[in-house]
Write a protein that binds this ligand. Structure first.
Ligand SMILES: Cc1cc2nc3c(=O)[nH]c(=O)nc-3n(C[C@H](O)[C@H](O)[C@H](O)COP(=O)(O)OP(=O)(O)OC[C@H]3O[C@@H](n4cnc5c(N)ncnc54)[C@H](O)[C@@H]3O)c2cc1C
Length: 445
């Protein structure tokens, strides 16, 4: 087959889409605008760069996010394979060395004989079968072009958490521990706060200078990625019940729980860098340095990246998209990634896998693939394409998106187990019908 499928955007979704197309034996041209043109948050020229946290969320199969990963492993996802290969300790979460992960994905794409990677900002959508996976920070020119097909955009704000070097921290004031002792004990460094230290810290954030919004902007946040200053504005204890939650983190050799804790997650395989978990912020950089240096052990902290904040765009998927991720009005055009209204790295990968596979099926004249609603991928895609368009918001994979069990099960743990079992059976059946799942890759919790 000589037709070349176009993928615009070599991020999480676009990289997975391009790989799946190529693995099906079709040729693909992947346009990535970096390093010629960058976005406000990307820092490298690698494909599949993780812009904020280095965690891909839970790896535990009884959680919706863990189940989604399990499904993607079965589907031979390139990005899940590279994530597993470049894992760093993070308890039950799958966290990666971001540099090695993105480098591994980029090399795999560049070495695939069916993929041409072109470093260019695409400003127009070609007439061939095309996947647009340009993410929440799509370049201005392409955003304008997309408006012709998708109308006006919805948006929300997302923020990046800071990263520090381990050698600059005073480790005598910090301790290693994973919450409730789950997973590797060396996965997290913890900075414990007394009540007095906590209150001083929170008051400093309340009074901090922040990057102002433009006059026409009306900030809307994604609840799971709220900047810390927005949290403290809701009350003095909000951080202690959010990112500074101390439960399950007793001080070493004691049962004593600190008043508040900041967790630092290992950022690279060498263990030389750590990020402040849940500490996304839009405070001015000077303020971040001043205030974060009051964290126990941080008086000499060296920041290799400060927190930043950005406006993310997404389309109104329920009105525009089929469950195959093709546009209802233009079946040759597919969208994938955050721009569809899925939220989160692994969700982006899943949508890239699906759009890639469906682009291939369109070239071959086959009907589009729709996952069963009882799977994590199917429940997510069904939600974004059937939600109420009036109140549509980006969403992570979660158990509330799955159809209820029949008969209903009251006990939450038992219910989730049964939902997981049902999803696994549905995937097995789909696999045997399609004959496309080459090997079963096991969970690696
Ligand atoms: C500030 C911020 C913080 C976030 N933090 C997290 C987090 O901690 N955890 C999480 O799970 N999710 C997070 N997200 C949400 C989301 O998971 C990521 O944005 C994710 O990278 C989106 O994947 P994607 O493939 O849709 O887009 P991206 O990974 O952003 O990929 C899009 C690619 O398209 C390229 N591109 C854009 N326009 C063009 C063009 N015209 N031509 C060619 N190439 C183009 C870009 O350079 C980029 O490489 C965050 C998002 C933002 C903006």
């Amino acid at each position: 087959m000589s037709q070349e499928i176009v993928v615009i955007g070599g991020g999480l979704a676009g990289s997975e889409a391009a790989w799946q197309i190529a693995e099906q034996g079709l040729r693909v041209v992947l346009y990535e605008m970096r390093p010629q043109v960058s976005t406000p948050v990307h820092q490298t020229s690698y494909c599949a760069e993780l812009v904020c946290s280095n965690s891909l969320g839970s790896n535990f199969p009884q959680k919706a996010s863990g189940l989604l990963k399990e499904e993607l492993r079965r589907l031979n996802s390139l990005l899940l394979r590279k994530a597993d290969e470049n894992r760093v300790p993070a308890g039950q979460a799958l966290a990666v060395d971001r540099e090695k992960f993105a480098q591994g994905v980029t090399e795999a794409l560049m070495n695939h004989p069916n993929i041409r990677l072109i470093r260019e900002e695409k400003k127009e959508i070609p007439d061939e079968i095309t996947i647009v996976a340009t993410g929440p920070l799509t370049s201005h020119a392409l955003t304008e072009e997309l408006k012709k097909h998708c109308g006006t955009y919805l948006y929300y704000y997302d923020a990046v958490a800071p990263i520090v070097t381990k050698e600059s921290l005073n480790l005598s004031k910090l301790y290693f521990a994973s919450r409730y002792g789950h997973g590797d004990d060396k996965a997290y460094l913890n900075a414990p706060f007394t009540k007095e230290e906590y209150e001083v810290f929170v008051h400093a954030i309340v009074g901090s200078e922040r990057v102002p919004y433009a006059p026409h902007e009306d900030p809307k946040f994604f609840e799971a990625c709220m900047p810390i200053e927005e949290l403290v504005d809701r009350g003095i204890d909000t951080l202690r019940f959010g990112p500074m939650k101390p439960v399950g983190l007793p001080l070493p050799g004691t049962h004593r729980i600190p008043y508040g804790v900041i967790q630092l997650r290992q950022e690279n395989i060498e263990g030389t860098l750590y990020n402040l978990v849940g500490f996304q912020t839009r405070m001015k950089w000077g303020e971040q340095e001043r205030i974060f240096r009051t964290i126990p052990g941080f008086s000499e902290a060296e920041f290799i990246r400060f927190g930043v904040m950005h406006r993310n765009i997404f389309v109104n998927a329920p009105t525009l998209l089929e469950e195959t991720l093709a546009l209802k009005k233009k079946p040759k055009l597919f969208l994938a990634g955050q721009i569809t209204g899925v939220e989160g790295y692994v969700e982006d990968v899943a949508s890239g896998w699906l759009a890639g596979m469906n682009a291939v099926r369109r070239v071959k004249g086959e009907s589009g693939l729709v996952f069963p609603r009882t799977t994590a991928i199917g429940s997510l895609m069904h939600h974004i394409t059937h939600a109420n368009p009036e109140s549509f918001q980006p969403i992570n994979a979660n158990f509330s998106l799955f159809p209820p069990l029949d008969p209903p099960v009251k006990d939450k743990t038992l219910r989730q187990q049964q939902v997981v079992e049902r999803a696994r059976k549905a995937m097995e059946q789909l696999g045997s019908e399609m004959g496309c799942f080459k090997e079963e890759r096991v969970m690696n919790v």
